[in-house]
Design a binder for this molecule. Structure first.
Ligand code: UTP
Length: 408
């Protein structure tokens, strides 16, 4: 793309200021900036016009969940179905690790964080160890896809190589990069990180299947005969991955997807819960819950919206292909964004100063015709690490790991 084309593209979206410092740049920087302008989707900024209405309306009603008591009763049946699917290569695991992990505040990708006390125990190591339980039980390696972003790809790949994939079969590990989205000020003007770089951030965890498609991994999925994809977050160090019980329960239910859930610890716990929205499976965020929904009861007198998602989903692959080109809602999130001040000097704001644009994996659930929420024991399977200390932190995860006999 040449300067004129770049200018025209920016003009279309009212972002000509991106070229403000162009004349000060050297040739390499100029080429870099033009390439970035070519690759950036500025149209995403138009979602600011609808800010506040992203969650959309719709009639919310309860969805039936498979509770732990039923899972326990049918554990053997589900294990057999799930293990059979894993053994026949029908299940792939997809780690969504493209996030910035800003709350944890480490320079390195979150998966490289060491939660060990007496010896190193990296977050990625915990995830691979969990996955290895299934590999050992099934006697085959589960294809393991890892999504990264521009911001953490090289370090993540180098770390896995350096650690010898923590014992995983490297030929069954497939990295792919997600897309980036521009970040803007409150008026929707794209921020510049440097004079030759637009401020961008990973575009959320919802575009993972589109990114797999773009990277040619759907062919790999077909070649391997994968029918189910288990997507999961990087930060829950206790979660079971490609868990035969979860896979078996979802397959046995005939649902297009399954969602691991935990029973809410308290009425106001800040967790998105499973529900039906206009009759379709959906997730309602804690900040969208009205007092009526929070207090609603089911026929047993239990809270009607009681099962919170833990970002561990199983999707039927052919349904993902059906929806891959449909666009998901774009969420506008207020964040701190490194940028240039009006004099062109770098600025690291202490407070949020603009917006990032993200698509979320939870919105994919609504595109599915059916979803089975499956309850898991939160003490055994839910130790997310978002912060260093306090709620959902390295500290709280360490306590939970120890409760589960994991030596740190
Ligand atoms: P979070 O919502 O916790 O975001 O991601 P984050 O970026 O990791 O952390 P903060 O908010 O900056 O502290 C939940 C999961 O989704 C992945 C993360 O890597 C994590 O596994 N994710 C998030 C992506 O893969 N891509 C994204 O663009 C955002």
């Amino acid at each position: 793309m040449n300067y004129q084309d770049a200018y025209r593209k920016l003009e279309e979206f009212g972002q000509q200021h991106v070229l403000k410092y162009y004349e000060e740049l050297n040739d390499e920087e100029k080429a870099d900036l033009l390439r970035q302008i070519e690759e950036t989707d500025f149209s995403i900024v138009k979602y600011l016009e609808h800010k506040g209405g992203e969650s959309g309306e719709g009639h919310i009603s309860p969805i039936g969940a498979m509770e732990l008591s039923e899972v326990e009763k049918r554990r053997d049946e589900f294990t057999e179905i799930g293990l059979d699917a894993v053994r026949r290569g029908k299940v792939g695991a997809v780690l969504l690790a493209g996030g910035m992990g800003t709350r944890l505040g480490s320079e390195d990708p979150k998966c490289m964080y060491d939660i060990g006390i007496t010896h190193p125990v990296f977050i990625m190591q915990r995830l691979v160890e969990n996955l290895m339980e299934v590999v050992d039980a099934a006697g085959v390696f589960v294809p393991f896809f890892i999504m990264t972003s521009d911001k953490n790809h090289d370090k993540t790949v180098a770390f896995m190589k350096e650690k010898n994939y923590f014992g995983y079969d490297p030929s069954m590990v497939f990295f792919f990069k997600q897309e980036m989205a521009p970040a803007t000020d409150y008026q929707g003007k794209v921020y510049m990180e440097t004079k030759s770089r637009i401020s961008t951030s990973p575009n959320g965890n919802g575009g993972w299947f589109q990114s797999m498609k773009r990277c040619g991994l759907i062919d790999k999925i077909h070649e391997l005969g994968i029918e189910w994809l288990n997507t999961f977050a990087v930060d829950n160090v206790l979660q079971r991955i490609a868990d035969p019980v979860f896979v078996g329960a979802t397959i046995a239910s005939g649902s297009a997807c399954g969602a691991k859930t935990v029973r809410k610890a308290e009425r106001d716990e800040r967790v998105g819960v499973m529900c039906l929205k206009d009759g379709r499976p959906s997730i309602i965020e804690y900040y969208e819950m009205t007092p009526e929904l929070l207090d609603a009861k089911n026929e047993n007198g239990d809270p009607a919206y009681n099962f919170g998602v833990i970002m561990n989903y199983l999707f039927r692959e052919k349904d993902l292909e059906r929806i891959v080109d449909e666009s998901l809602p774009v969420h506008i999130v207020e964040k701190k964004i490194a940028c240039l001040d009006e004099n062109g000097n770098p600025l690291s704001p202490g407070e949020p100063n603009g917006y990032k644009f993200e698509q979320l994996v939870l919105d994919m659930v609504q595109e599915m015709d059916s979803c089975l929420p499956v309850e898991v024991d939160r003490v055994r399977e839910f130790a997310p690490i978002k912060n260093k200390t306090g709620v959902d932190s390295v500290e709280s995860a360490r306590v939970l790991c120890e409760k589960n006999g994991i030596v740190l």
